[in-house]
Design a protein around this ligand. Sequence first.
Ligand code: AMP
Ligand code: ZN
Length: 271
Amino acid sequence: MNPQQKVKQTIRKYKLINKSDKVLVALSGGKDSTLVGYLLYKLGYRIEGFHINLRLGNYSIKCEKVVRKLCEDLGIKLHVYDFKKEHGSSMCFHRITIQSKKSLKNCAVCGVIKKYILNKEARKLKASKIATGHHLDDESQTFLLNILKGALQLSSNTGPITKNIPDKKFIPRIKPLFYIPENEIRKFTKMKKLPVIYEKCPCAFDSYRLQVRKFFEKLSNKDKNNIIKNFEKILPLLEKNKISKINYCEMCGEPSRKKICKRCELLKLKN
Ligand code: AMP
Ligand code: ZN
């Protein structure tokens, strides 16, 4: 099955998108989210692009350029969120001030803030779903990382569609590439000559995930599928212990599992 057929199957099986949905595709400029945008367009869904320019120097300039090119080629609307304009500094500077108070990995800080922005902006744009480029390698790595961290419960919200408690302030996130291995994505985007930045984010050098990624290079796609199959087997158990109520962050009002959301916990460190 090629990626388009697999994505079609995943969307159908997990009811990821309805015809009435307006899907905001989170486009980073990398191969994964570019493929999501391309395939959802090909499959005829109502989509718009959303890009966060993190202002990481030349890298961010190149990312925005390819995202613009993709949206122009497909004829879809693009929303660009300028991190510096909204926050007064680049993601890098923002992150470093937080890290000066607490030792946190670069991607951990950036990931929390990006998720926060995506949900809030998607709501403003009246999108009913957010699509990201997470793929089979990402998802099986996350599952394994949660085991290594002794925090398997964190996996209870994962899957091709986020399983948070339905809430008007929370826009469901979908992962159409959930069952597609990274090497197939690379092959396909190269074959289709899609506008993609293949280089890694310059800040992604310290993550624990990198070590797991190295280990994954030795695994076959079948191994990765097996990891996900195991995850799916224990998911019902994890779901039993899930929190049953969503809170609103006491500081910013955004949906959160705890009294204060992860992004505001980070901002508290900054002040
Ligand atoms: P990452 O956490 O960087 O591996 O990215 C995971 C997913 O988040 C990507 O596949 C994109 O869908 C989305 N994403 C990451 N960075 C950006 C960005 N700068 N702008 C918009 N979406 C992004
Ligand atoms: Zn908050």
